[in-house]
Every structure is written in C-alpha cells, then in structure tokens.
Write a protein that binds this ligand. Structure first.
Ligand code: AGP
Length: 613
C-alpha cells in the first residue's frame, strides 16, 4: 500500500532522509515513487514509475535539487495505472503546493467535475489529485492558513486518507498533514520534525513518536508540530516510546527478510512466553485481561484477514476447548457487510500484525458499536487496532518486513493460546493441572523451533522443495487444529511462488478436491499425535490410490510411512502443534519461490499492510 514520509528541518537538507524513509517503506508494496522539496518559496518535484532507483535518477537529472522541507510517497496504484503522471506528489495551485495521499477518496468523480468546471486542469487519473486541487483552492480562501485550508478541503471528501501537503514560503516551508483511516506518525529529531505513515521510517530519527488520532490535522515546522483535533482544538498527544531499533528492519546477512524472519521464530516464541506464565505455572498473566473482563465473556468473535485469520481459527479451537466459550471466526471484510448479530457478553478479538488493516479495523468498530468489548492481538504498539482495544496482547515479534507473514503468525497463535488459557482459568473451565501441562509444553516451543531451523533441517526442506517445485498444484490437508495450518501453508505458497495451492479440511477432500488428484499434484498432509491421526491416514491412502504424491509433515510415523517425502515435526501438546507445523511449510514456500525466481519479500500485486478496502 502507499507510504508517506515528510520532514521540515531548520538547516540540513531533507532529500537523503526522505529517500531513506521511502526505502524503509518499500516493503509495504509500491509501483511508483515521488518526492517534493521546498527551499524558501522554490518547490521541486520528481516522480517516477517503478523502483526508488528510478526516482533517484529523476532527482539526479535536476542539478539544482535541494531543500530543507519535503514530502515523499510510494504509490500502490488504485485509481489509474502506475505511471510517472499518476505518481505522487501532485502539484496544485499553479505549482504552489504539493500533496501526497494514502487511501481512497470515494467521491472523487463529482469533485473532479466540479473543479474542472472551475477551470482546473488535471494531469493524472488519480483520486488524490482532487484533494491537491481542493487544498490549493482552500489555501487561497484561507489566506494561506494551511490548517484551516486542509480541514476545509477534507470536509469535502468522503473516504479514507492520510495526507501531507508541502507549502513553500519565504518565511520557511511547512508541511500540513491529517489522517482519517490510514495511520500517520510524527517525531521530533535532530534539527527538525519528521512524519511517516509507518513508524519504522521514523526509527532513525527519534526514540519517541506521536500517533495522530482520527481527524487530527498537524502543522509541521522545523521547530515543532502543532496538532489540532477533529473539533479544531489544539491538543497535546502523548509521545510513545518505541522499543524497536532501526537495525531490526534490516535483513542483515540473510538473502531475504522472509528467511530471516522465519529464523527469528525461536526468539519470538521465547519473548511471547516471557513474564506471561504465572509463578504457579498454571495460569497466564496478560495485562488488561482482568477477571472482570474475562468472566463477562460469553462468546468470542474473531475478526481478521489472511494469515491473521488463520491464527484466529487456531484461537477458536483453543478457546472452545480450554474455556468452553463459543467462538465465531469471520473474515473481517465479510463481517462488516453482513448485518451481524452481536449478542451481549461478546468479546470481539481482532488479530492483526500491522494493526492498520482497514477491514479488520472497520469490523472491530462495528462489533464495538453493536455492544461487544474489544480485545486485540497485535504486533505494532501504538497502531490503531491497539489504541482502540479494551485489552491487548502485544505479540512482540519485532518488525515484520517480508510481505509473507511468518514470525507474526506464530506469535499470534501463541498469544491466542495464552489468552485461551487465561480465559479458561478465569471462567473456571480449565483445571490447574491441564493448564500446567499445556504451559509446560509451551515452554519447550522455543528450543523445539530452534531444532527445526538448523542448517541441516533447512537444507532437507530445500531438497524436498526441489523435488516438488514443478508440481502442477498443491493441496494442503489438515484436520482439527491443523486445518488452519493447511490453509496457511497454501496461502504462503501461492502468495510468494504464484503456484496454485489450496488448503482443505482433510475430511472435505472427498467432497470435491479429490477430483484434482493425479500424479502431478503434491498433497501436503499435516499430522500429529491427535486422535484424528487415524482419519488422516485414511485420507492419505485415498490420495495414494489416485496417484497423488504425498509430503507428510508432522509426527505420526504411520502417516510418514505412506509418504514420498517426510518432514518430522517434534511432538508437543496437540493445541500447540500448529506453531511447529507451520515452520517447515514457511520454509517449503520460501524455497519453492526461490527456485521459481520470485521476488520473495515483495510478491507481485501484494502489499504488506492493506489499509484500503
Ligand atoms: C500474509 O502472508 C499476508 N501478507 C496477509 O494475508 C496478511 O496476513 C493480512 O493482510 C492481514 O494483515 P494484518 O495482520 O496486518 O492485519
């Protein structure tokens, strides 16, 4: 999705810092990029379709390029294809201001017609350029007051936005910005102020950041920033310390962020458990999840998208089993439009790596309006999802840069299971012994995951991937709590290697997908020591009878004996098995994608955080 950076400094030039910020935002997915800088009243713009290198070349073509204030943008096309002209920033007001925008303006067409009738000439096909012209018009009407002008312009648009406008001026250039939907974060650092749509881009500048609230408008100058709330009042927003380090988002010696992040999982699991298992080792301490909150829970409504939804499906098995509370799991994008019934005593559980996924946020807000209390499992401190929840489990996985989610997923599953234990204990549904047994097994997870990520283990999976990379399709089968892992294995493979893969509940196979099976198909069968292993073995026999090639991933020796390839997964508590089973599937997808020459960290068409519908 699109990214925004901006800076106003008193003396130093901003271009290198803004380009560095855009580089950090690359992981979010983009197809073009641009930069505008101002020096006094001179405004310069460079924008190019394609990677940042193209933008840098465009800047190099302007020998007098410079400036102490600027805004930059990475665009992920929505209205109009990727092109130089459709890239941001957009100029308006006779080239007097430049504007960048993330989000979608739903009423851009009538506004465009209205502005055209007034004599405005549009240079792009984007919805965003409408906002640039509206802002320039209002700036003239407001006698140069950027806050009043932006508020007036935004008062005309419908939709979601984070935007920033650069206003050059003899007395010093300024940036004005606002958000309603997509995030915007500010920081004071060095000799100026910085802004970005993702706090990762601010890490090099300041250890503390300020998150704008919905409807805030901020005026950013070299000396500081002033925030006006949705009602127009000047407000102080408390700065938040960031515990991520600038280096956390670099891939170090690893060829890809995804491979690095897969290997970070033992540490992520250890952090997810640290200080959360109580002294008696039969309960879990989760800040904010009080007995008052938990004993009132009569139903849980999980809301999430993509990989996070798969973590939510595991959560459903764990919560129903351990806490005996019914759970519904919905695609956030479906929940928000299906006139859902939310009963009293519902806890809405949003699961999101970024905490900024538009569908998950909207669904959660709807659940809240309908009376649910809101909990979140989230990786990004300070994100909208975190700020809007009554109680939060932070997954502490560190920045996840690879578009394909790996370590955030295992951290979400662990957090969900810990929450299920806490809920079970608070509601008296889970005995101390049963909780102790599960938590004892959980403490083994970091070392078990470590054992699955040795060089030898990785090489073995790379070799299996070589044998299967040319398969015409993949069917992932799982039962019980391994069913969401079948879905996740298939999602991982298709998103980074662009091969067709489907995840299915193994019992469903004979109701349709069995027709796909022939010797060109690889069938990945997840198994463990659960009571369902015998049923899984029958499914494997059915696959073999039709010539399907079986890859067995799990700990059941009898299923392994039926397979052409085997990945051994250590034994654990059945509810924890997904955390270990998914690791080889992540590696398998990674190696298949690598063999197919795919852009693993930035798969085509995908964005890391989907902040629009
Ligand atoms: C995962 O590999 C995907 N990139 C995607 O499905 C992702 O999990 C989904 O968009 C939800 O994102 P979130 O966790 O940031 O809300």
């Amino acid at each position: 999705m699109c990214g925004i950076v901006g800076a106003v400094r008193s003396a130093a030039p901003v271009t290198a810092g803004l380009l560095e910020g855009l580089r950090v935002l690359e992981y979010r997915g983009y197809d073009s990029a641009g930069l505008a800088t101002a020096e006094g009243s001179t405004l310069r713009v460079a924008k190019r379709e394609g990677r940042l290198a193209n933008l840098e070349a465009a800047i190099a073509e302007q020998p007098d390029w410079g400036g102490h204030a600027g805004i930059g943008h990475t665009r992920w096309a929505t209205h109009g294809p990727p092109s130089d002209l459709n890239s941001h920033p957009h100029l308006a007001g006779g080239g007097g201001v430049a504007l960048v925008h993330n989000g979608i303006l739903e009423n851009h067409e009538p506004l465009r017609r209205e502005l055209e009738a007034e004599g405005v000439t549009f240079r792009s096909q984007t919805d965003s350029e409408v906002l640039a012209h509206l802002f320039a018009k209002e700036l003239a009407a407001a006698h140069g007051d950027p806050v009043r002008a932006l508020r007036a312009a935004l008062g005309r648009v419908e939709g979601s936005y984070a935007c920033a406008a650069l206003i050059p001026g003899g007395g010093g250039a300024r940036v004005v910005c606002s958000r309603n939907g997509p995030p915007l974060v500010l920081a004071r650092g060095g000799d100026g102020c910085w802004l970005a749509s993702d706090l990762l881009a601010l890490l090099p500048h300041a250890p503390e950041v300020v998150f704008l609230e919905e409807g805030d408008v901020a005026l950013v100058e070299a000396e500081g920033f002033t925030i006006h709330d949705a009602g127009g009042e000047v407000v102080e927003r408390a700065p938040k310390a960031v515990d991520w380090q600038p280096g956390d988002s670099s891939k170090g010696q690893w060829p890809h962020h995804m491979l690095k992040e897969i290997h970070e999982q033992p540490g992520v699991l250890a952090r997810g458990l640290a200080n959360r298992i109580g002294p008696a080792r039969d309960d879990v301490a989760l800040e904010g999840f009080t007995d008052e909150l938990l004993t009132s829970v009569e139903r849980v409504q999980v809301l999430a998208c993509g990989t996070a939804l798969h973590a939510g499906m595991v959560a459903a098995y764990a919560i129903e089993q351990l806490a005996r509370v019914p759970v519904d799991v919905d695609f956030a994008s479906e929940f928000r439009y299906r006139e859902p019934v939310v009963q009293g005593g519902t806890l809405s559980l949003a699961i999101s790596q970024s905490g900024e996924t538009a569908d998950t946020l909207a669904a959660t807000r709807l659940a809240q309006q309908l009376g649910a209390r809101v909990a979140a499992i989230c990786n990004v401190q300070g994100s909208s999802q975190v700020r809007e929840a009554d109680a939060v489990v932070l997954t502490q996985a560190g920045p996840e840069i690879g578009v394909a989610s790996t370590k955030a997923f295992t951290a979400q599953v662990l957090a969900a299971i810990l929450l299920a234990v806490r809920l079970g204990r608070a509601k008296g549904a889970l005995s101390a012994d049963a909780a102790g047994e599960l938590l004892g097994a959980a403490r083994q997870l970091p070392s078990q995951a470590e054992g699955m990520l040795t060089t030898a283990a990785r090489e073995a999976i790379a070799e299996i991937a070589r044998r299967h990379a040319a398969a015409k399709g993949f069917l992932f089968l799982g039962r019980g709590v391994s069913f969401p892992i079948a879905l996740e294995g298939a999602l991982k493979l298709k998103e980074i290697s662009y091969v067709h893969a489907e995840g299915y509940a193994a019992g469903e196979m004979k109701h349709g997908p069995i027709a796909l099976i022939d010797p060109g198909m690889t069938i990945v069968c997840l198994n463990g020591s659960s009571p369902l292993s015998e049923k899984m073995r029958s499914n494997v026999e059915q696959v073999r009878a039709r010539g399907g090639v079986v890859l067995s991933v799990g700990s059941d020796p009898e299923t392994h004996a039926l397979a052409s390839d085997v990945v051994e997964v250590p034994e654990t508590h059945p509810l924890l098995a997904p955390i270990l089973q998914v690791i080889p599937l992540q590696l398998f997808s990674y190696f298949v994608a690598d063999l197919r020459g795919c852009d693993i960290d930035k798969p085509r068409n995908l964005a890391k955080s989907v902040t629009v519908e």
